[in-house]
Ligand binder design. Structure first.
Ligand SMILES: Nc1nc2c(ncn2[C@@H]2O[C@H](COP(=O)(O)OP(=O)(O)OP(=O)(O)O)[C@@H](O)[C@H]2O)c(=O)[nH]1
Ligand SMILES: [Mg+2]
Length: 325
């Protein structure tokens, strides 16, 4: 394992690929590896998430965004997460091919992974993989997910800036709001503006986003033709940079960023606590022995006591504790 850490630290791309494979299949070695790497890793780069309906032009946009970043000498890693599939490859193979032009550039790394969470949405493996890409030293980490309802809502927890790619044929902004997609993104990209209806969608979006925003970040709207080098993709990066500055410098942005870190940390605690609790019950059958009186609450209190948390400190007040066991 330490050899893998060494190779990873030395910038070996095969070590990175292997590390992502370990987290992807939740290999027992992954936890050790991540702990070892966390001990030595530097600060993480900011992440950008790109989501949108199938065919909206996400991969084309990402390809163009990579080109702009490389022109500015920034290295880029892309994680293409397909939450509908527990396996990588398949539907995302086309994406890899479209990004072919970057295959021989060591400053670009593209990786697909299937990652369906137990409760739908993105699996924890996706977050670990994104972290690995940052830890490996890429200046930009981009995450692509197909917008399938659930995943759109999950992506913002994984990235700093969420970009939603829309098309003129997606209907008007009122329809989009009804579909619930007008709350998830920091930057709205209307792609395929070479097609009819684009101007109206851009106008509608400006109006609706301006009305609906209560905080001080008004989501940016950028019109692009992702498959044509017309300078419009530079504006996507500009909008991302503006949002990063908001997160770093504005009090409200800083509060948002802190809240996100808090939520992520709490989710990690929940996942680890769950694994620990299941293992503890497995080890000591008497904890869950069915005697007709032990409610899950009582077992949970006992487990928390074992873990060193005093009953009453850890939960809200929704159940009465006593000596029921
Ligand atoms: N006319 C036009 N076509 C575009 C534009 N951007 C992308 N396309 C085309 O739209 C199609 C879909 O693009 P992709 O980049 O594969 O879209 P995607 O959102 O990644 O698709 P999935 O990964 O399948 O969800 C391709 O044929 C692109 O060439 C654009 O700005 N204008
Ligand atoms: Mg794609």
């Amino acid at each position: 394992m330490s050899e893998l850490v060494e190779r990873f630290q030395a910038g070996d791309v095969r070590a990175l690929a292997r590390a992502i494979s370990l987290v992807e299949r939740a290999d027992p070695d992954a936890a050790t590896l991540l702990a070892d790497l966390r001990a030595v890793a530097g600060p993480q780069p900011p992440r950008v998430g790109v989501t949108g309906a199938p065919g909206a032009g996400k991969s084309t946009l990402l390809g163009a965004m990579i080109r702009v970043a490389r022109r500015d000498k920034r290295s880029v890693a892309v994680l293409a997460v397909d939450p509908s599939s527990p396996f990588s490859g398949g539907a995302l193979l086309g994406d890899r091919l479209r990004m072919d032009e970057h295959l021989l550039d060591p400053g670009v790394y593209v990786r697909s992974m299937g990652a369906r969470g137990q409760l739908g949405g993105l699996a924890p493996g996706a977050a670990e993989a994104a972290w690995l890409l940052g830890a490996h030293g890429f200046a930009e980490v981009l995450v692509e997910t197909v917008g399938t309802g659930q995943s759109e809502l999950d992506l913002p927890s994984l990235v700093d800036t969420t970009v939603l790619v829309l098309n003129p044929n997606a209907g008007d902004a009122i329809q989009l709001e009804k579909a619930g997609v007008l709350e998830v993104a920091d930057v709205y990209v209307v792609n395929k503006t070479d097609l009819p209806g684009a101007d109206r969608l851009v106008r509608d979006l400006h109006t609706m986003l301006g009305l609906g925003t209560c905080g001080s970040w008004v989501p940016r709207v950028v019109a692009t033709v992702a498959n044509r080098p017309d300078g419009s993709v530079e504006q996507v990066w500009d909008a991302v940079r503006e949002h990063r500055a908001f997160l770093a410098d504005h009090p409200e942005g800083r509060a948002l960023a802190a809240g996100k870190v808090r939520e992520s940390a709490a989710a990690l605690v929940a996942a680890r606590a769950r694994a620990w609790a299941l293992a503890a019950c497995e080890r000591d059958g008497s904890l869950t022995a069915v005697d007709g009186r032990r409610s899950p609450h009582v077992i949970a209190d006992r487990l928390l006591e074992l873990a060193g948390c005093r009953a009453g400190e850890h939960t809200s007040n929704h159940h009465v504790r006593g000596r029921q066991a």
